[in-house]
Design a protein around this ligand. Structure first.
Ligand code: PMP
Ligand code: GLN
Length: 380
């Protein structure tokens, strides 16, 4: 067992989902939607299975999908991206793995920003690197570039950022990214910017991509995911976008991780990305409505819901809600007493965790949200 690779435990998402199933709880833990799948995408996948290819696509992804991703970013974010910079992967998770295997050399130090997605640290470690943590400051979860600067050491080679952030739903603004750009340029650091939630900003805040910052454009690998844009988490179609030499290094890893990604789903995602901006707006609107509904119900029941811009999650401040600031214990009690599963935000920390916050997934239909809100109201 000593020789097993680093993470031996199952992820908090799997554990909470299993607990939710065993106890018959409403699962607001793991992030997956319980809303109807977009019919346009399902029809496109069925057509692709029947009429397109079911054999290997090109290693870097179908040309049609790469062109579609570029056109999507041009339309939605006003960003001109050459399809040559895009590598299609099996979900954002594989894009993260390929990027970190490409960028991290043994003993390199990488800065991660807590709370952060659980895949980053194991991937850095697997590439031979070591991790140093900087933390966002609650309750607004701001990132202080000076704190980042203070964490840099002689072995620091790169930073992993996530905007919008899972679990807390906040975004990094342009000024913060520019300050980070200046830091990366001064210390010759690379950046992996996980932007999988870019299509799920629900309060109208514009998404600022790291690739949009001149100082970062040549040193960033941006990560995207169709699973999040279309709320189809099981499709596992993602991508990395980077300047050509970086993209080539990512592709060199991708070719020996999965080599390619399901051909029919690539076709379907390409069709989906070409849907008009109104379609994407309406899709987001459905999630914004669910979020407003859950937030309003929780607020009415006396919970303190923290402000956030996007993702499928909201966090509640336990102490401000009159509950003990011990997120693990409250999550256990919520399952046992209210039959609602949530994710403790401390699970997104490796060091000095914040224990006062609980993450709830609102991407659920009205009936489920209604019942969950009712149970949560009784719990208090
Ligand atoms: N990064 C973040 C921040 C995520 O929240 C997720 C999925 N929850 C991923 C990466 C993984 O995305 P995918 O399912 O496309 O691999
Ligand atoms: N990203 C999803 C979440 O944050 C879960 C993904 C997973 O189960 N690994 O809930």
């Amino acid at each position: 067992a000593e020789r097993l690779a680093v993470p031996r435990a199952t992820t908090v998402f799997e554990r909470m989902s299993a607990l939710a199933r065993e106890t018959g709880s409403i699962n607001l833990g793991q992030g997956f939607p319980d809303l109807p799948d977009p019919p346009e995408l399902i029809a496109a996948a069925q057509r692709a299975l029947a009429e397109r290819s079911n054999q290997y696509p090109p290693m870097r992804g179908l040309a049609e999908l790469r062109a579609g991703i570029a056109a999507f970013y041009a339309r939605e974010q006003g960003q001109a991206i050459d399809p040559e910079k895009i590598v299609v992967t099996s979900g954002a998770t594989e894009a993260l793995a390929a990027a970190l295997l490409a960028l991290v050399a043994p003993r390199d130090e990488v800065i991660l920003v807590q709370p952060c997605y659980d895949a980053y640290a194991p991937l850095v470690t697997r590439a031979g690197g070591t991790v140093r943590y900087v933390s966002l400051a609650p309750p607004h979860w701001t990132l202080d570039p000076a704190a980042l600067a203070a964490a840099l050491g002689p072995k620091t080679r790169g930073i992993v950022l996530n905007t919008p952030n899972n679990p807390v739903g906040t975004v990094l603004d342009r000024a913060t990214l520019e300050a980070i750009g200046a830091l990366c340029a001064a210390h010759d650091l690379w950046l992996v910017c996980d932007e999988v939630w870019e299509g799920m900003i629900l309060d109208g805040t514009p998404h600022c991509s790291a690739l949009d910052i001149p100082a970062l454009a040549q040193r960033t690998v941006k990560i995207g995911s169709a699973g999040k844009i279309f709320s189809l988490t099981g499709w596992k179609v993602g991508w990395a976008v980077a300047a050509p030499p970086l993209a080539a290094a990512v592709a060199a890893q991708h070719q020996f991780l999965t080599f390619t990604t399901a051909t029919p789903l690539q076709w379907a995602v390409a069709e989906g990305l070409a849907l008009p901006p109104d379609w994407h707006r309406a899709h987001r609107q459905r999630y914004a409505a669910a979020r407003a509904w859950l937030c309003d119900s929780l607020t009415a029941a006396g919970y303190c819901v923290l402000p956030a811009s996007g993702t499928w999650f909201v966090t509640i401040d336990l102490a401000a809600s009159g509950l003990p600031a011990d997120d693990e214990a409250v999550a256990q009690r919520l399952i046992a007493e209210a039959r609602v599963a949530a994710i403790p935000v401390s699970a997104f920390y490796a060091e000095q965790p914040e224990r006062g916050f609980l993450r709830l997934c609102f991407a659920k239909d009205d009936v489920m949200l209604d019942e969950a809100a009712h149970r949560l109201a009784q719990f208090r």
